[in-house]
Ligand binder design. Sequence first.
Ligand code: SF4
Length: 243
Amino acid sequence: MKFVRLGLGVEMEAERLADLLRQVKYDEAEFIVRPMVKGDRNPFHVLVAIILTQNTSDKVASKALRNLEKLGIDPEALCSAPLKKIEDAVRPAGMYRRRARILKEVACRVLEDYGGDLWRLLRLDPSEARRRLTSLPGIGVKTADVLLANFTDAKVLPVDTHIRRVAWRLGIASRGASYETISRRLIELLEGRINLLEAHLKLITIGRRYCKPRNPKCNECPLRSVCSYAMRETRTASDKSSR
Ligand code: SF4
């Protein structure tokens, strides 16, 4: 098993990673869905926000969300709204034609299959809820997992582009590992040690603040003592200086 480099054994390394993550502070306001989850707890509203954040930043997604709110974000309103109006509203988030079509189709399916109440789906067994969510148009495993993580106690850890990079550099998963592999490895290491939703938010924070795609700020990163990449960089630097 990977992630054994310090000679401490997997259990201790996992504990150490969880301990370091527990100390990472993050601002919920930096995540578009968190204030919504804590506020009206309307899963359809949050699902729309997650769709708007797919392949774009939370900042532009927020703009599109505010526009959509003027149309009304509930399955009935979005299902009956003219596609052109939805397109105009979500334009700031990019890929607006595709996004608008997905939003309208999802709204109509939630209306037809669950009477407009997404809680009816979320109350199902987690694996069935995940299967049904991913059967909705434009909803992949990551979107499904983000919704499940925020509204249920399903054992999921959503993996975004930041977490993928952090997991690879930490040495938890290989560079091209699949979504399911990375998520499963993180759950194996962290479950029972730290809340999985918190771990998800904290790993994203690490990715945004320190583990940039180029020139990661390892010297400032709270995870550096358990990170393969940082250890390798330190070794390379000391090899160079001793030549
Ligand atoms: S120590 Fe460096 S490479 Fe490792 S997670 Fe932190 S920023 Fe990324």
